[in-house]
Design a protein around this ligand. Structure first.
Ligand SMILES: [Zn+2]
Length: 91
């Protein structure tokens, strides 16, 4: 007998931590941006994402707000470390 085992599995990625003024407690506090991805699994092997959501959580009051994919990407882009230019040092 052939048994097909499939389901979904949720993954959480912490994308970044940044200082923002909280919309809820109005304090400047660390905020954690997380991405939740639900993946379709077949025989417990994750195959492809079914849904993705982004959530920003204030570390001070714990309030969470949902971000769109674009908002999350903007935040990631704005926090990306500047690429250090190559410094050519004379030997
Ligand atoms: Zn807060």
């Amino acid at each position: 007998m052939f048994l097909l085992i499939f389901g979904t599995r949720r993954y959480v990625y912490q994308l970044l931590t940044t200082m923002l003024v909280c919309n809820f407690c109005r304090n400047p506090a660390a905020h954690v941006l997380r991405r939740f991805t639900t993946r379709f699994t077949l025989f417990f092997v994750p195959l492809f994402p079914v849904s993705t959501s982004h959530q920003l959580q204030c570390a001070l009051c714990g309030a969470t707000s949902h971000l769109s994919k674009d908002q999350a990407q903007q935040l990631v882009d704005s926090q990306a470390p500047r690429q250090p230019g190559w410094v050519h040092q004379p030997r």
